[in-house]
Ligand binder design. Structure first.
Ligand SMILES: [Zn+2]
Length: 77
């Protein structure tokens, strides 16, 4: 009986565990926010950059820790 509750708990923590910061694909600004259009149920999620005015469904995700690890392995000095 408690299995479903456990799975839901795990899913919750997984979601909370990934605070992936979204960046503008055009100017790499972190000032990217979701469009709060009332037509959100008609169109897919649109991100708007308040820095350069970019509007679109694409965004960049950066994970600092991962990037640093990759840099280490890619530098065979
Ligand atoms: Zn931008």
């Amino acid at each position: 009986m408690g299995t479903i509750a456990n799975i839901r708990d795990i899913l919750k923590t997984l979601k909370h565990k990934k605070p992936a910061q979204k960046f503008c694909p055009r100017c790499a600004s972190p000032k990217l926010h979701l469009s709060s259009s009332l037509d959100y149920w008609l169109t897919p999620q649109t991100y708007i950059c308040s820095e350069c005015g970019y509007q679109g469904q694409l965004y960049m995700e950066l994970e600092e820790e991962k990037e640093q690890e990759e840099k280490k392995t890619n530098n065979p000095t």
